[in-house]
Design a binder for this molecule. Structure first.
Ligand code: PNS
Length: 171
């Protein structure tokens, strides 16, 4: 069992697919850190603080309902993932794989991260059957056009998206 595992992502926004990963990854390590990346290259729709806050709310809720134990925490990070992993002393990097289309990007990223930090192992978890097509990009597109995203994201995230796209019609 890994001592410290890092589950990084942009979480723009957090989906039920991410929550499924958090629950399952938390059983593979003594401590799981959910790392919310600033990721300016992806030009996130939600601010880093808001993305972190939405993850935090769900982690607190999942602790209260007993879906996860106290070994999960959230941190935001800027810069290189491998540097953040070194700072945390994480030995395992968790990534989710939904479909074959994810594989090429994930394989490249895992290989590059390995070259930058040899002691960090990337572990892939396959998305659960129910969540395998849920992607933040699709959720945003549905929300932008006023569609119902309640089966993809937690309530707080849904409300945030409704507010955002109501106020900024052109995002
Ligand atoms: O949820 P995402 O958008 O698929 O997560 C991508 C993420 C945040 C893991 C990736 O973009 C990342 O690691 N960003 C930090 C900068 C970095 O280290 N880039 C090089 C990756 S090889």
């Amino acid at each position: 069992m890994a001592h410290i595992a890092l589950y990084p992502g942009t979480f723009d926004p957090l989906t039920f697919g991410h929550l499924d990963m958090i629950v399952r990854a938390s059983t593979l390590c003594k401590k799981l850190i959910v790392g919310v990346a600033e990721n300016p290259g992806k030009n996130p729709t939600l601010s880093l603080d808001k993305r972190k806050e939405l993850v935090e709310i769900e982690i607190i809720r999942m602790k209260e309902t007993g879906s996860i134990s106290e070994n999960v925490e959230v941190q935001a990070f800027t810069g290189l993932l491998t540097e953040f992993a070194k700072l945390l002393d994480a030995s395992m990097l968790i990534r989710g794989l939904r479909a074959v289309s994810d594989f090429e990007y994930e394989f490249q990223m895992a290989s590059a991260n390995k070259r930058l930090h040899q002691k960090l192992e990337t572990v892939f978890l396959t998305a659960s059957e129910k969540q395998h097509f849920v992607a933040s990009r699709l959720v945003k597109e549905i929300a932008r056009y006023g569609g119902d995203v309640s089966s993809f994201v937690p309530k707080n995230v849904e409300q945030e998206l409704i507010l955002l796209f109501r106020d900024k019609k052109n995002i």
